[in-house]
Design a protein around this ligand. Structure first.
Ligand code: FO1
Length: 328
């Protein structure tokens, strides 16, 4: 059977996976086993619980338990625990855990404390949700994205915070001066990750954040070289359309690493596999058709097609176009 591996962040990756599964079920894409390698650098400990937003967003979305409007957390959620914690004045009040969602974090935390690695915990959680894909964390190790912002009141002139504080509390409203992925250099890929890349027919980089989602997966030692050497075709879809991140705030994170918030620039940032990068192909939106040439000049096959994941049909068409681009 055809093997597809997807390096996924949260919402963008989950939506893409939904479309991919839809396209396979509708016979518009080849029948395939799908492995998802999810970013875990957004993970945090909060109120004593281990929360893994991207793993959960993929698991809930594919398991039909997501709140589709928010794009994270559980459908038909209630917030009693959050209200009670706020009544005690317990911080952080800016990061909300819903009552149903808390059950997931309790199970995960108990299993981690009993000594199970995150990959096994994720497998156990997926036994309930049946996402129809093999869901792997990028690593079993603790890796966290931290962001430094300017702070005139601090002796260093900077304040460093967890990515979630920057994203959720500050809404990425101030420039990120530096992005540091704590623990990443010492981390190792979770069991199955390198095999899923090396043994795939196609690896997709879905329209997820190129810095704090796909970028952090690529930064786990061993992952980038697995992509440069895999016999699979590696094809990405731009999360940036017309200079804006379709679903999120990637512009701020791209600025922090000195990459223009343009579809072509992001493709060139990932780079051509022929030149030590990770891409064979890169899809940009029709709004960015003018950037196709610069991407091709960098040795990456490129085409412009509609990249708005408005519904599973439109998303399946994007996946089809990505396979066609790399001749799969
Ligand atoms: N996003 C918010 O904007 N506010 C929240 O209070 C919040 C809580 C939360 C709890 C569990 C979870 O899995 C995700 C949650 N998110 C929340 C989403 C998350 O912060 C980010 O969108 C992702 O980490 C970025 O991919």
């Amino acid at each position: 059977m055809y093997r597809i591996t997807v390096l996924s962040g949260g919402m963008g990756g989950a939506r893409f996976l939904q479309g991919l599964k839809h396209g396979i079920a509708a016979g518009r894409l080849p029948r395939a086993e799908i492995t998802v390698v999810a970013n875990t650098a957004d993970d945090l400990w909060v109120h004593g619980l281990k929360v893994c937003p991207d793993l959960d967003t993929v698991m809930y979305t594919l398991g039909d338990g997501i709140d589709t409007e928010r794009g994270w957390g559980r459908r038909e959620e209630s917030w009693s625990v959050r209200e009670e914690l706020a009544a005690y004045g317990v911080e952080p009040t800016w990061f909300g855990l819903g009552d149903r969602d808390i059950a997931t974090h309790l199970v995960r935390t108990q299993m981690l404390e009993a000594g199970y690695p995150l990959s096994q915990v994720t497998e156990a959680l997926c036994a309930r949700w049946q996402p129809g894909v093999r869901l792997l964390p990028m690593t079993d190790d603790r890796v966290e994205t931290h962001v430094a912002v300017a702070d005139a009141d601090s002796p260093s002139g900077q304040r460093v915070m967890h990515f979630q504080e920057y994203w959720v509390r500050l809404q990425a409203s101030v420039p990120a001066e530096t992005v540091v992925v704590v623990g990443q250099p010492e981390s190792t890929p979770a069991p199955g990750v390198l095999e899923a890349i090396g043994g795939a027919d196609v690896v997709f980089l879905p329209p997820s954040n190129p810095v704090v989602s796909v970028g952090t997966i690529l930064g786990v030692p061993g992952v980038r070289s697995a992509l440069t050497t895999t016999p699979a075709s590696v094809v990405g879809l731009s999360p940036i359309v017309g200079g804006r991140h379709v679903r999120g705030m990637a512009e701020q994170m791209l600025a922090a690493i000195g990459v223009d918030a343009q579809a072509g620039a992001v493709g060139r940032h990932y780079g051509s596999r022929a030149a030590g990068g990770v891409l064979d192909g890169w899809l940009v939106d029709t709004a960015d058709a003018g950037q196709v040439e610069e991407v091709e000049a960098a040795g990456i096959r490129c085409r412009s097609v509609p990249l708005m994941m408005t519904d599973p049909d439109a998303t399946a068409a994007m996946a089809r176009a990505a396979l066609d681009l790399v001749g799969r």
